[in-house]
Every structure is written in structure tokens, then in C-alpha cells.
Design a protein around this ligand. Sequence first.
Ligand SMILES: Nc1ncnc2c1ncn2[C@@H]1O[C@H](COP(=O)(O)OP(=O)(O)OP(=O)(O)O)[C@@H](O)[C@H]1O
Length: 253
Amino acid sequence: MEKEAVLTVSDLSLYYSKKKALNTINMTFYKNEITALIGPSGCGKSTLLRSINRMNDLIPTVTITGAIDYKGKNIYSPKVDTVDLRKEIGMVFQQPNPFPFSIYENVVYGLRLKGVKDKALLDEVVENSLKAANIWDEVKDILHSSALGLSGGQQQRVCIARVLAVNPEIILMDEPTSALDPISAARVEETMLELKKDYTIAIVTHSMQQASRISDRTAFMLDGNLIEYNDTKSIFLNPEKQETSDYISGKFG
Ligand SMILES: Nc1ncnc2c1ncn2[C@@H]1O[C@H](COP(=O)(O)OP(=O)(O)OP(=O)(O)O)[C@@H](O)[C@H]1O
């Protein structure tokens, strides 16, 4: 069955001042899939990921050409409200970044900003988001303790719950497990596999094992170019391009 496209990147180029970091990228992300972006350091993975919810707009030297179509609109159209966009296309970072508040307040942060006051509703969102992020059982009795008291892996799952609480469609994850120990990383990977039933996920990873374990599709990037994009099995078992083959066999990067 044809997969449903959620977001399409068309001829996207991005400069930091004069440095070209993305060169005419074309790719489509599909619903309920995990798409991995791989490639050596500096190839533009994080830049591409951050372009998908316009995080690069926060950098004054950035210029962008091309388009990213989401729900029939170019997200770079001046009419798009980036605050709303970043709720629909949420982001989880490499370093878990909980706010210095309770676990509960971390999860409801986005809803409080929207002015939601209904306690029963907030309680429900907290429970559902923490359950979906695979951490409810560990924190349900300490919801009002500081999130900073949790382990790194638990903090990362609370950050995932914070993203889920505002009901996103797409979750962008920039090396979400690289700061975690292997057991915590495995819990986050399990969480991602659960989440893809309801969400679409794009992940930047340095770990080819991680990409091959959890992603449905993999994009290999080099020097700002998208070299090859295919289902993950094909990329790892039968790459079409020599550069892809060299990278996955560890010849560089
Ligand atoms: N804020 C910035 N200002 C200027 N140049 C930047 C900025 N962010 C990234 N770059 C440059 O753009 C290029 C792509 O960087 P990017 O972080 O997207 O690569 P990456 O593949 O994610 O790397 P890594 O795997 O090391 O995180 C690099 O040459 C980097 O130095």
C-alpha cells in the first residue's frame, strides 16, 4: 500500500552567511514512519531537521530557498505562525532539557502558555503524555517533584511527553539518545517505536545501528547534499551509491 506523505521538502537550500549547508534537498517524509538522517559530522543533518520546524529562523545569518510543504502549505510562507508550527512539529534535543519545574509542570507547559486552566484536563494530558512517552509508571507518584531530579534517560522521556502534550503530528529528534547510557537509550528507542503508531518521527543519529534498528527509511547526507534516500534495508544492505556504501562500511565519517 502506498504510504501517505506528511511533509515534502522541495529544492531546499540553506546558507549560514555565505556557507552553503544544504544543497537543493528533495525528500518526502511519510506518515507513521521513522525516518533517519545519517552522515558524517557537519554534513547538514541537524540543519535539515531544524529546517522542518523553522528553528533555523532563529539564526539571523540564515537564508533559505525552496519549500517545505506540510498540509498543503509551504511552512516558509510568511503567513505561517512559527509558534503554532512548532507545536505541530515538535522537537526533542540531544541533551535532555527539562525546565527547572516539577514533572507535571514540564508536561503542561505548552498548555499553560495557551491559557488552559481546567485541572481535570491538565491531569488527563499529563497522564496520557507520560504514558505515551513510556515513563508514567516511573513517575506517577512523584509528579510534583523536580524533573531535574530524574536520570538523563527519564528526563528525555519527560521532554518527549512535553512535546506530546501539545498534540503534535511530527516529532523531530536530534540525536535523542547520544547523551544517554545504553539502557536509557534502549528505553527511548522502545518509546519511539511505540510513538510511530500515532506520530511521524524524523531522527538525526550518528549510530548506524540505531538507524537500522528503528527507522523505516534512511537518508544519507554528505556535504549538504542528500546522496541517497530509500527504505532502511536497501540503504544498509544494498546501497546504490558508492559514497553510501563507503560510509556504512565505515570507510569515513
Ligand atoms: N549556527 C551556525 N552558524 C554557522 N554555521 C553553522 C551553524 N550551524 C551549523 N553550521 C555549519 O553548517 C554545517 C552543517 O552543520 P550541521 O550541524 O547541520 O551538521 P550535522 O551533520 O548535524 O553535524 P553533527 O553530526 O556534527 O551534529 C557545518 O559545516 C556547520 O559548521
